[in-house]
Design a protein around this ligand. Structure first.
Ligand SMILES: Nc1nc2c(ncn2[C@@H]2O[C@H](COP(=O)(O)OP(=O)(O)OP(=O)(O)O)[C@@H](O)[C@H]2O)c(=O)[nH]1
Ligand SMILES: [Mg+2]
Length: 364
C-alpha cells in the first residue's frame, strides 16, 4: 500500500519525505529536484499496540507500516507533457492514496514556479492537471467502448454511461471521487484507474514560526478545501521543523516539542491520517514472544488473514478466538477477558474487524 506525496515543485515534498522516513533524499532549492521517486517505509504509530505491549511485555513489538513515495513536482500543462508531464502522472497512477503538499510558507530564497505564494492557485493547478489526465483516459476508453457496443457487446453500454457521467463531473472541475454514483456504478468506476478517484489528504507546509497559528495563507487554503473536498483531511505542518526533529532521538525530540509547545509530533498525525485513507483494517496477535499489528483490506475473512502470518495457519485453519482490543485492555488479561465473556469463537466466514485481537487455532 503506497501513499504518494504530490504537489508543485519546491512545495516541500522531499523535505517532508525525509522527515517521515528519516532519510536524506535530495531536497534542494530548485524546481524538479526530484525526478525518480524516492520510496520509504514508515512505521504506523498505534496506541493500541503500545498498550498491548505494556500488558504482555513481549520480547518484540511490531507495528504495521505504510509506504510513502516522494514524487516529482508537477507544473501547469503536465497532462500535456510539460515539466516531467506524463512521467509524473504515471507515478501517481501506481499509488493507493495521495498526500498533496501545498506551500504556505514564504521564503524569498526559495523560488516558486509562479513567483508568488498562493496556496489556492497552487492546489487548483494540481487538481486541474489530474482532472485533465483523467478526462484523457476517459475519452480514450469511451471511444473504445462505443465501438464495442456498436459491434453488439450490449453489456458494455452500462460502463459507457458511467464513463460519460464521470467525464461530465470532471469537465465541471470536480474530482471523480465527488461524482454521485450508485454502488454498482462505483464498481465500474473503480476499474477505470482514475487519478482523482483516489483518496486524498492535504498537507499545508507552513513557515517555521507559523506552525502553531492559523496563518492567513493556511486559512485561505482551509476555506477553499472546505468547499472543494470537504471530507478530506487537511493537516498543517512545518516540513522544516519536522526534518530537524527527525534527526533527534526520541528523548531529545520530546523536550524540543515541549519547548515549541506541541503536544504530539505532526508526522505521527500525517502517518495516521495517511493510513486511514487506505481504508485498511488492523488486527493484532499477542503473546510473550511478540505483540504485533497486521494489516488486511476491508472484508478479509479469518483464514486469509491467518495466511498473512503463515500459509500453514490458513491451510489448517480451524477457528479464530477473537477479543476486541479495547475489551482486552479493559480486562487486563486474557484469562479475565474470557471470564467476562469478551472472547468469541469465530469460523472461516468471519470477516476481520478493526481492533480484533486474534488467536488462530489450526492443524496441519
Ligand atoms: N523556509 C522554508 N523552506 C522550506 C520549507 N520546506 C521546504 N523548504 C525548502 O524548499 C526547498 C525545496 O524543498 P523540497 O523538499 O526539495 O521541495 P519538493 O517539493 O520536493 O520539490 P521538487 O522535488 O522540486 O518538486 C528546499 O531548499 C527546502 O529546504 C519550509 O517549510 N520553510
Ligand atoms: Mg522533491
Amino acid at each position: 500500500m503506497k501513499i504518494g506525496i504530490i504537489g508543485l515543485p519546491n512545495a516541500g515534498k522531499s523535505t517532508l519525505f525525509n522527515a517521515l522516513t528519516k532519510s536524506s533524499a535530495p531536497a534542494e532549492n530548485f524546481p524538479f529536484c526530484t525526478i525518480e521517486p524516492n520510496r520509504g517505509v514508515v512505521k504506523v504509530p498505534d496506541e493500541r499496540v503500545s498498550l498491548l505491549s505494556k500488558m504482555y511485555q513481549p520480547k518484540k513489538t511490531t507495528y504495521t507500516a505504510v509506504n510513502f513515495v516522494d514524487i516529482a513536482g508537477l507544473v501547469k500543462n503536465a497532462s500535456k507533457g510539460e515539466g516531467l508531464g506524463n512521467l509524473f502522472l504515471s507515478h501517481i497512477r501506481q499509488m493507493n492514496a495521495c498526500a498533496h503538499v501545498i506551500r504556505c510558507y514564504k521564503d524569498e530564497n526559495v523560488a516558486h514556479v509562479l513567483d508568488k505564494i498562493d496556496p489556492v492557485e497552487d492546489i487548483e493547478i494540481v487538481h486541474y492537471e489530474l482532472i485533465l489526465a483523467d478526462v484523457d483516459v476517459l475519452e480514450r476508453r469511451i471511444l473504445k467502448t462505443q465501438k464495442a457496443v456498436k459491434s453488439g457487446d450490449k453489456a458494455q453500454s452500462e460502463s459507457l454511461s458511467v464513463m460519460e457521467k464521470l467525464k461530465e463531473c470532471l469537465l465541471e472541475g470536480k474530482m471523480a471521487s465527488k461524482c454521485a454514483l450508485t454502488e454498482e456504478e462505483q464498481k465500474t468506476a473503480d476499474t477505470l484507474d482514475l487519478l482523482t478517484l483516489k483518496p486524498f489528504m492535504y498537507i499545508a507546509n507552513v513557515a517555521e514560526d507559523e506552525a502553531h497559528i492559523d496563518s492567513e495563507l493556511f486559512v485561505k487554503l482551509r476555506d477553499y478545501l472546505k468547499e472543494y473536498d470537504p471530507d478530506a483531511p487537511i493537516m498543517k505542518i512545518s516540513a522544516k521543523i519536522e526534518q530537524e526533529l527527525a534527526a533527534f532521538d526520541d528523548e531529545e525530540r520530546e523536550s524540543y516539542l515541549k519547548e515549541l509547545g506541541f503536544d504530539s509530533p505532526g508526522l505521527d498525525k500525517i502517518i495516521s491520517a495517511g493510513y486511514q485513507l487506505l481504508n485498511l483494517v488492523t488486527f493484532f496477535t499477542v503473546g510473550e514472544d511478540e505483540v504485533r499489528a497486521w494489516t488486511v483490506t476491508k472484508g478479509t475473512k479469518a483464514p486469509k488473514a491467518a495466511g498473512k502470518i503463515h500459509s500453514d495457519i490458513e491451510r489448517g485453519f480451524i477457528r479464530a478466538e477473537v477479543t476486541d482490543v479495547e475489551k482486552l485492555l479493559e480486562a487486563g488479561s486474557e484469562a479475565k477477558a474470557r471470564e467476562m465473556g469478551y472472547t468469541r469463537i469465530e469460523g472461516k466466514d468471519y470477516i476481520i474487524q478493526d481492533g480484533d485481537v486474534i488467536y488462530f487455532r489450526f492443524n496441519v
